[in-house]
Design a protein around this ligand. Structure first.
Ligand code: ZN
Length: 383
C-alpha cells in the first residue's frame, strides 16, 4: 500500500492556520480551532486547564489520541500553538517555492508548519486507512517564553515514550541534543562611603564583581559548555563608593555535570572576591555580602542515537531522498522539557527559515518532505 500525504491539502491547512492570530498567551482561538479539527479527525481530545495559570487566554494544552489498528504504545507528535511577535494579522504570500509574510509580521511557520503536518498525517491515516500504531498528539501553549505549556503538561496522560517534536528549521536537521540552562543571579552588597572624604572606609560592589570576574572562566568553557554575563545594574552617583551591584548570567551545557562544575566555579570566584575585600575599619570587620541564585531554566535534551524515533525518522528521511543529520542545538524547546519526563522525541526540521523575524519563510519542497518523513515514521512505528 502506497500511503501518501496530500500536498495541496497540507498547504491549504497551513495557510488556514497562519491567519489565526496566536501570539504567546493568546492561543485561545487556535486552540479551539485545533481541538475541533482533531475531533473531526476521529481523535479523542482532552484539553487541560493550565491556560489561566500560565497567563494564556486559551483553556490549555491539547492531548489528542487517534486509535491505532496496531496495539502497543502510541507514537507521539508534538508542536506548539503559540508564535512570537509581531504575529497579528499575518498575510501569507505564496511565491514560487516559498511562503512568506507580507514583510510586516512573522510568518508563524514556527510552529504552524508542525501543526499543519500533524493534521495532514492524521487526515492521511483516516482517509487511506493503513495499518498503524496509536498516535498521540500534543499541542502545547507558550513554548516561546520558557516552555510553560510543556512544563505544566500532565504527563500521566501520555501513553507513549517515542515520538517527534516538529519545531526545527531545515529538513536536513534532527536535533537530538540540547543544553541544560541555569540562570545565575548575583547580588553584591558592598559598603557605602563618601568617595571624596573616606573611600577607604567603603567596599565597592563593582570592584568585588571585577575581582570575581577576573578569576573566572566565561564565554566558551569547553565544547559543550558556555557561560555569559549579560546584565549589570548598580550605582547611582559618582561620589559614593558603590554599595550595591546586581549581575545576571546564564550557563548552558549539553552535559549536566559540566554545567554544575561551571556553576560551582563561578560561586567559588565570588567567594574568593568577598574574602579579598574583607577588611577592618575603625576596629570592626566589614565584608561584602554576596547572594547567588542559580535557578534551572530548563533541563537538557538528550535522545540517544539508537532511540526508536531517531532510527525510524532517519530511515524515513532516506526513503524520501532527504539527507537528515542528527545535531545538537544551542537552545531549548519543548523537547528539552519532555525529555525530562522520559519522552524520547527528537526535533525535526520543517523547512522553516529565519524564524522569529519578519523575513521568516517556509520552503514548500522541504515542508512536503518533512510531512512525508513524519508519515513514514508513524507508519513504521510498532511494525
Ligand atoms: Zn518553535
Amino acid at each position: 500500500m502506497n500511503v501518501k500525504i496530500n500536498e495541496k491539502r497540507l498547504l491549504d491547512t497551513f495557510l488556514k492556520l497562519v491567519v489565526i492570530d496566536s501570539e504567546s498567551w493568546n492561543e485561545g482561538a487556535i486552540q479551539k480551532h485545533l481541538a475541533e479539527e482533531l475531533k473531526q479527525l476521529g481523535c479523542s481530545v482532552w484539553v487541560d486547564k493550565i491556560g489561566k495559570k500560565i497567563g494564556s487566554n486559551a483553556q490549555g494544552n491539547i492531548i489528542a489520541t487517534l486509535k491505532g489498528s496496531r496495539g502497543g504504545k502510541a507514537f507521539l507528535l508534538s508542536s506548539h500553538m503559540d508564535t512570537v511577535k509581531p504575529g497579528k494579522g499575518i498575510k501569507p504570500q505564496v511565491k514560487h517555492n516559498r511562503i512568506t509574510s507580507d514583510g510586516t509580521t512573522i510568518l508563524g511557520a514556527d510552529d504552524k508548519a508542525g501543526l499543519a503536518i500533524i493534521l495532514e498525517v492524521l487526515r492521511t491515516l483516516k482517509e487511506q486507512k493503513p495499518e498503524h500504531s496509536p498516535v498521540q498528539v500534543i499541542f502545547t501553549l507558550n513554548e516561546e517564553n520558557g516552555m510553560s505549556g510543556a512544563k505544566n503538561l500532565d504527563y500521566s496522560k501520555i501513553k507513549g515514550t517515542d515520538g517527534l517534536i516538529l519545531d526545527n528549521e531545515s529538513v536536513n536537521e534532527l536535533l537530538i541534543q540540547g543544553p541544560e540552562v541555569n540562570d545565575f543571579k548575583v547580588s553584591i552588597k558592598g559598603v557605602a562611603a563618601h568617595a571624596g572624604v573616606c573611600p577607604e572606609k567603603g567596599i565597592s560592589a563593582l570592584e568585588v564583581a571585577v575581582k570575581a570576574l577576573s578569576l573566572m572562566k566565561t564565554g566558551r568553557i569547553d565544547k559543550e559548555t558556555v557561560c555569559n554575563f549579560g546584565v549589570v545594574h548598580g550605582g547611582e552617583v559618582t561620589n559614593v563608593v558603590m554599595p550595591y551591584l546586581e549581575l545576571k548570567a546564564e550557563v548552558r551545557s549539553l552535559c549536566p555535570k559540566k554545567l554544575a562544575k561551571q556553576v560551582k566555579h563561578m560561586k567559588d570566584c565570588f567567594a574568593k572576591a568577598a574574602k579579598a575585600f574583607t577588611k577592618r575599619v575603625d576596629g570592626k570587620v566589614i565584608k561584602p555580602q554576596i547572594t547567588i541564585e542559580t535557578p534551572r531554566r530548563y533541563g537538557s535534551l538528550n535522545v540517544p542515537k539508537n532511540a526508536p524515533a531517531v532510527k525510524l525518522v532517519l530511515a524515513a528521511a532516506k526513503k524520501n531522498g532527504v539527507n537528515l543529520k542528527t545535531m545538537a542545538s544551542g537552545g531549548g524547546c519543548d523537547a528539552n522539557v519532555m525529555c525530562q519526563h522520559g519522552l524520547l522525541m527528537p526535533n525535526l526540521g520543517l523547512g522553516v527559515q529565519k524564524c522569529h523575524t519578519t523575513q521568516e519563510y517556509l520552503d514548500i519542497k522541504e515542508f512536503n518532505q518533512a510531512a512525508a518523513i513524519v508519515l513514514d515514521t508513524v507508519l513504521a512505528y510498532g511494525k
